[in-house]
Design a protein around this ligand. Structure first.
Ligand SMILES: [Zn+2]
Length: 209
C-alpha cells in the first residue's frame, strides 16, 4: 500500500505514521530523514545536496524527487510505504505520479486552536532533550536529569501560528490534487482513537488490492 500522510505540525501525524508502519509492515519515509542520511554518503547527489544545505539554500524539487525515487526503489518498499513530508508542492506530486501510483492520501485534521494549545504546553529539557507537557510536569524540571525545562522557539504560539499558515498555503493545492483518493481523519481524540478508523480503512483497501 502506497500512502501519503498530510497533516499540520502538532496534528499527531508522526504518531499515526508509526502505528501504520508497524501494523502494515511498510516503512515510514520522511524527506527530513532522507536529507540527514544522504549527507553522510559519498555520491554526486550527496555532494550537491550538502553544498546547497551548507549554503542555506532550498533543495530544488528535482533533487528531492530524485532522492525519494531512489529511496522508493529499495527492496523494503516493495509492499508499499508511507510518505511523510513529501510531496510538499503540486509539482512534486506530479513528479511522484510518474514514479509510483499512490493508493491513498490520509489527511490528519485538527483545529488550529488545539494544535496551538498542545504545542505551546510542550517543554524540552535543554540537557537531555526529553519532552514534557506542562500538564504532566507542572514543576517544569526534567525528571531524568533535574535540569529546568525550556520552551523551544518552535513551540511558542507566534511561531506555531506562522508554521500553520505555511502548512495551509502549501497543503491546500495538494488536497485538491489528491481529492480522488483522500481519507480524512480527526486527531482530536487520543492517538488510538485517531488510528482506529484509519486502520479499518486501510484493511479494506488492502483487501481490495
Ligand atoms: Zn533532562
Amino acid at each position: 500500500m502506497k500512502i501519503i500522510l498530510l497533516g499540520a505540525p502538532g496534528s499527531g501525524k508522526g504518531t499515526l505514521a508509526k502505528k501504520i508502519s508497524r501494523d502494515f509492515d511498510i516503512p515510514q519515509i520522511s524527506t527530513g530523514d532522507l536529507f540527514r542520511a544522504i549527507v553522510k554518503e559519498d555520491s554526486p547527489l550527496a555532494h550537491k545536496v550538502k553544498y546547497i544545505m551548507s549554503s542555506g539554500g532550498l533543495v530544488p524539487d528535482e533533487m528531492t524527487v530524485e532522492l525519494v525515487k531512489d529511496r522508493l526503489s529499495k527492496s523494503d518498499c516493495k509492499k508499499g510505504f508511507i510518505l511523510d513530508g513529501f510531496p510538499r508542492t503540486v509539482a512534486q506530486a506530479e513528479a511522484l505520479e510518474t514514479i509510483s501510483k499512490i493508493d491513498t492520501v490520509i489527511l490528519v485534521e485538527l483545529a488550529n486552536e488545539i494544535i496551538i494549545e498542545r504545542l505551546s504546553s510542550r517543554r524540552t529539557c535543554p540537557n537531555c532533550s526529553e519532552i514534557y507537557s506542562t500538564e504532566d510536569n507542572p514543576e517544569e524540571v526534567c525528571k531524568k536529569c533535574n535540569t529546568p525545562l525550556i520552551q523551544r522557539d518552535d513551540d511558542k504560539p507566534e511561531t506555531i501560528k506562522h508554521r500553520l499558515e505555511v502548512y495551509e498555503t502549501n497543503t491546500s493545492p495538494l488536497i485538491n490534487f489528491y481529492s480522488d483518493r483522500l481519507f480524512k481523519v480527526s486527531s482530536a481524540g487520543s492517538p488510538d482513537e485517531t488510528y482506529r478508523p484509519v486502520k479499518t480503512f486501510l484493511e479494506k483497501l488492502e483487501a481490495k488490492n
